[in-house]
Every structure is written in C-alpha cells, then in structure tokens.
Design a protein around this ligand. Sequence first.
Ligand SMILES: [Zn+2]
Length: 256
Amino acid sequence: MLVDTHCHLHLLEEPPEQVVAEARAEGVGHLVDVGIDLDSSRRAAANAARLPPVSATAGVHPHDAAALDDRALEELRALLADERVVAAGETGLDYYRDRSPRAVQRAAFAAHVRLAAELDKALVVHNREAFADVLAILRGEGAPERVVFHCFTGDRRAAERVLEAGWYLSFAGTVTFRNAPEQRAACAAVPLDRMVLETDSPFLSPHPYRGRPNHPGRVAVTAATVAAVHGVPVEQVAAATTATAARVFGLRLAGD
Ligand SMILES: [Zn+2]
C-alpha cells in the first residue's frame, strides 16, 4: 500500500469519490488533500470528514500570500482543530514565480510555521529558489517537529541539510524525469524513514506521462523510481514510506 501525501482534489476533474476509488484500485490506500487557499482548505476538510481514506491540510499557498490576513489565519486555526486536518500548508516561499511580494510571502510563511508549532501539526513546505530563506524562517520562528519539504527538487547537499535539521522530504514525479539525475542523487541520500511520496496531482505527472494531468495512482511510478535508486524492492519502498507518512502526518490508515 502507498500513500499520496500531496494531491489537490479540488483541481482534479473527477469527483473526489471517484479519484479515491481509482487510487485504491491502484494500491494507494490513503491521500492527503492539500489546501492552497481558504476555499480549497475548507473543501479538503470536508472531503476528509466524509471519505475515510482522505486526510486534509489547511493553508494559503505563497502565490496567494497576501490573502492571509488575521481573519484567514483564524479560519485556518479553526480548520486545524479537526484531527483529520493533519498539517498546515501548503505554505512556503516561491522566488521563481514571485506571484506575491517576497516580504509578504515571508510573513505568511512565518505565520504558518508558528501555527503548526502551536497546534503540533505537520507543516507542508513549498520551496522554489528560496531554500536559504525557508531554512532561516523555520529556524527563526521555531519549526514544528514534523516539517515536510514537498516535491523536493534540491540536490544532495540540500537534502542532507533537511535531514540534519530532523525534517522530512517528499518526492514527486519530478524524480522520474530523464533530465533530473541530481534529484535521483538527492533521493539516494534520503533514508526511507525520512521520505514520503506524493503526486501533487493534477500537476507533475511522472515520466512517461509528463505533460498530462496527474492522478494519485501514479505515486506508484515514483515509488518504482525510488526503489531503483535505493536498490530495494518496490514493496519495501511502499511499506517504509507508508509508515513514514503515517508517523509524519499522524494518519489513521485503514486496518489500524
Ligand atoms: Zn501542491
């Protein structure tokens, strides 16, 4: 069994019930439905409330950082009071697209870090070309115990810095791309008990589906690449990353 620790059900064409059923048929036993703004965070919480294989996150994406005013922050806090809403995020810094001013992104990220620490929730971090500032804010604000670098695309040295800090890395379809040998080198340095897997559906379809809409079942393709990189059977990757996901996000998996 696999866990897709990062998908966006509200952005998929099919209804959540159908996505979950198809994912389960492909061996994905649990999905974390990730909010990117208040509306999608509410919808993720509602999905988690009615679909046992789904957990939710609540957060405001760095692209939308200006929307995180005091009222929005209070609503995130209220959503996170639900035990099925397992993480704050996705949050972080995106200096590649720069859709919000960087100072506004930093303030919004810092607020998510404090909220996750205060509520003892996991934190789902989006980082693009902002690694130094992400680390500085996590350290400066007092990071929660469980921090996940979502869709990790850094090199081996960056992966080691995340590991040294005691945090976790999430690998997506990008690790399967032909032109990403440095990502596979980073993946090789990450023990399976510090790694989770994700699809970021509907984005980032793995090779050879690149460019087409992604869905949670394709986390199996990423698992196969991780198995090849680590030189272990895919069943071992599945069991270990599922256990890591359950621990990091506090998931209640079917059969528990
Ligand atoms: Zn995402």
